[in-house]
Design a protein around this ligand. Structure first.
Ligand code: ADP
Ligand code: MG
Length: 253
């Protein structure tokens, strides 16, 4: 087992009187794929949004590497190495796939924010490392064949992979994926599984929320199960599959 990279400690998040998450603790380890599952309304998205800094948590602690990040704004968490997928904004439709991925890299770059696309204030050493990273990302996401196409013209499945590619370009320690398989057909889900495993092979940890049980069982090293905002089980896919508490929670859905 590898060392923990993301530590979530007694996290609570309430919306008014609704306790969306209560006393949730878990760790994501280095180069690990951790699946987060649970019935509808169990607090999965709230967990991811709390980690990403979309809203303030009610109490608890989130530590990435050695840095406590729960009070940091969203962009600062990305700069610390926590990335998540965004819906591709429509204004990006004019960029090519390659340019969009290059833009994703800018959050951690020291040179001009638009240098990767427009060549302003370039730093040659940074640029060659970036070129390598982008080439590899194009490769593992299967987007190489469309790298010069405009984002608005590629298929919706390719746009999904592009979101992941853009998040990866920031060079994260941990990547958060909230339902990456939504809307994908069977062979695209297979590509997604392979991609998630390739991301782990890069040394990046992945926290993946997914309804598609076959996919989560296939990709996850470990799984955390939520129900009514609390952790009810944690273990390997095999342990989770056979856990009566987990089976009960899903039967009640
Ligand atoms: P999941 O992603 O597991 O389906 P969510 O995290 O979206 O679950 O929701 C957990 C609980 O928190 C639900 O009861 C939901 O209604 C509530 N909730 C989530 N987001 C909000 C919000 N912005 N305002 C109020 N209640 C919310
Ligand atoms: Mg959700």
């Amino acid at each position: 087992m590898t060392a923990p990279v993301l530590k979530v400690d007694t996290l609570c998040k309430s919306f008014g009187g609704v306790h969306a998450i209560r006393d949730l603790s878990f760790e994501v380890r280095e180069a690990e794929i951790l699946g987060l599952i649970g019935p509808n309304g169990s607090g999965k998205s709230t967990t991811v949004n709390s980690l990403a800094g979309i809203f303030a948590i009610t109490s608890g602690k989130i530590v990435l590497g050695d840095v406590q990040i729960d009070a940091l704004p969203e962009y600062a968490r990305v700069a610390q190495g926590l990335a998540r997928t965004f819906q591709t904004a429509s204004t990006f439709g004019e960029f090519t796939v390659r340019e969009q991925i290059m833009l994703g890299s800018n959050v951690t770059r020291t040179s001009h924010p638009l240098s990767s696309v427009f060549g302003i204030g370039r730093n040659p050493v940074e640029d060659s490392a970036l070129e390598k990273r982008v080439a590899h990302i194009l490769d593992i996401t299967g987007l190489k064949e469309v790298e010069q196409k405009r984002v608005g013209t590629i298929s919706s499945a390719q746009q999904r992979f592009l979101m992941i590619a853009t998040a990866l370009a920031s060079g994260p320690k941990v990547l958060l994926l909230d339902e990456p398989a939504a809307g994908l057909v069977s062979h695209e889900r297979k590509t997604l599984s392979d991609l998630i495993k390739s991301i782990r092979a890069l040394g990046v940890s992945v926290l993946v929320i997914e309804h598609h049980m076959a996919l989560i069982m296939d990709v996850s090293d470990r799984i955390v199960v939520l129900n009514f905002g609390q952790k009810i089980a944690e273990g390997t896919p095999e342990e989770i599959r056979n856990n009566p508490v987990v089976i009960d929670a899903y039967l009640g859905e």
